[in-house]
Design a protein around this ligand. Sequence first.
Ligand SMILES: C[S@@+](CC[C@H](N)C(=O)[O-])C[C@H]1O[C@@H](n2cnc3c(N)ncnc32)[C@H](O)[C@@H]1O
Length: 203
Amino acid sequence: MSEHGFDVAALKSGGAPKQYIRHSLHAGIFDLAGRRVLDVGCGIAMFYRFLRNAGIDIAAYVGIDIVEPFLDYDRKLFPEAQFLARDIFQEPVDDLAPDVVFMSQLFNARYEADNNESVAREALARMFAAARDGVVVDFMTSYVDYREPEHHYFEPEEMLRYAKTLTPFVSLHHDYLPFEFTLALRHRPRLETPPADDIRAYD
Ligand SMILES: C[S@@+](CC[C@H](N)C(=O)[O-])C[C@H]1O[C@@H](n2cnc3c(N)ncnc32)[C@H](O)[C@@H]1O
């Protein structure tokens, strides 16, 4: 427990070592220098800390969450960033003009009333429409040998298939932690196509 009352255990995201691996992957997918970052379900701002401590020179960070005590804690620690109370399923985020939207560890808990699959797909479509560059999102994978009843496990192939209906430019990362995967959806291809005359690699 930190002096402010929260630590990584409050998030049920697997502790600092797992957060470190996942944030290392997430922070490297897009070039975040000069970009506006929106962190949906920011919790205790661990991703913001990671970006700050990694020295990544983002233009702005906005974290949104529905748990006020988390937001109060974040605002006190990081007055230079913005932390807003917003439920992404109730309110739009377009006014925040994000370049890259992150959703990490948001869809793990099994919803009693709702269907995790449709909730996640709708959130992904809405966040991708709001983001100028794209979205990074992680899920617990169906490639597990043991399932907790309170968790929802997504099939990576099905989520990739869905993401491809939103954009042709999708990457699936299933090589960083054993029981989860990350999708990155881009509005533009990862690599720019240079004019044919500029290509010297095959001279
Ligand atoms: C498991 S925590 C992950 C926190 C953070 N993304 C991380 O990985 O360190 C999930 C967070 O999502 C927030 N959350 C859940 N549903 C939300 C919603 N509809 N809108 C915004 N935030 C939400 C929760 O309050 C919680 O802080």
